[in-house]
Design a binder for this molecule. Structure first.
Ligand SMILES: [Fe+2]
Ligand SMILES: [Fe+2]
Length: 289
């Protein structure tokens, strides 16, 4: 049976409630200033509510969010996100983005995982959070983490050698079972998409894993822009879709707030894309792979 899910990313829900000024030290200061200048005008949290409502109306089985659910990885932000996911009215799958490990403290305390583990249930190697595998008949969602704390104004990510080994093992096993493999990863996975300060530091190693083991679909966010492409695999290409920020109010081509409805079954991927036109999400292009 097919899995129908809505994909969105980079919702960047902000909640500064109850946050004292002492919290805004180091990198957070930079982030907070940045937010004050840009984010509040450029992103509207209520668009996420619209995406959830659309997912329910469209009869999606699940909502998939590929990271950057917060801005500063604050407890209050994760609490807001956990509440929104819990009230969504359909199951949610989430992976972290670089903003969700914004500081060393948030990463060290595994704040993202401790708040949102209910939305990352699945098969995993014991003692490791990632990757996790959620199976739905002949379809699997494979959640990868690239979230690492970085220097101010940097937004790099890393899968890491040991997670890559576990990912390779999972892709091999699922591939042998002819399961349609949907890899969820925050950072772009095609060369040249991200600038140096934004990129996946072990992109080459990730690409080599896909080249050896394959995947059917790779979904990402991070650059807040619409991206379509493919990575070579052993038996054909893995389709790669990057999606703009779900809550973006941008009117630039490819940067409108967006979500996609996917219908995935072994051997087939159908996508219907929706973008925010300033008043509502409207259906746009459809494609089949
Ligand atoms: Fe983002
Ligand atoms: Fe990001």
């Amino acid at each position: 049976m097919a899995l129908r899910f809505v994909h969105c990313s980079d919702i960047h829900l902000l909640d500064l409630e109850g946050v004292g000024p002492t919290r805004f030290l180091n990198k957070r200061l930079t982030g907070a200033v940045n937010l004050a200048l840009h984010r509040r005008k450029a992103y509207a949290p209520h668009l996420f509510d619209q995406i959830v409502a659309s997912a329910r109306e469209l009869g999606a089985d699940r909502l998939v969010v590929t990271g950057d659910v917060t801005n500063l990885a604050l407890e209050a932000e994760f609490e807001l996100v956990r509440r929104k996911f819990g009230e969504a009215g359909l199951p949610v799958t989430v992976i972290p983005g670089n903003h969700d490990a914004y500081t060393k403290g948030s990463a060290r305390t595994r704040r993202f995982e401790s708040y949102l583990s209910a939305f990352m249930e699945g098969e995993r190697a014991s003692g490791h959070d990632y990757p996790f595998v959620q199976r739905f008949g002949g379809v699997a969602l494979i959640g990868v983490s690239t979230a690492i704390p970085t220097l101010p104004l940097w937004a790099t990510g890393r899968v890491g050698e040991s997670q890559l080994e576990r990912l390779e093992a999972a892709l091999t096993k699922l591939g042998e079972e002819r399961v349609a493999r949907v890899v969820l990863i925050h950072h772009p996975v095609m060369p040249g998409v991200s600038k140096a300060r934004h990129n996946l530091l072990d992109l080459d190693a990730f690409m080599q894993v896909i080249q050896r083991r394959g995947a059917e679909l790779i979904l990402h966010g991070h650059e807040h822009v619409h991206i379509e492409g493919a990575l070579p695999g052993p038996e054909g290409e893995a389709v790669v879709h990057g999606i703009a920020a779900g809550t973006s109010l941008s009117e630039h081509e490819g940067r409108h707030g967006a979500f996609s409805l996917y219908t995935v079954a072994p051997g087939t991927i159908h996508r219907a894309h929706y973008t925010w036109n300033g008043a509502e999400f409207v259906a746009g292009r459809e494609s089949t792979h």
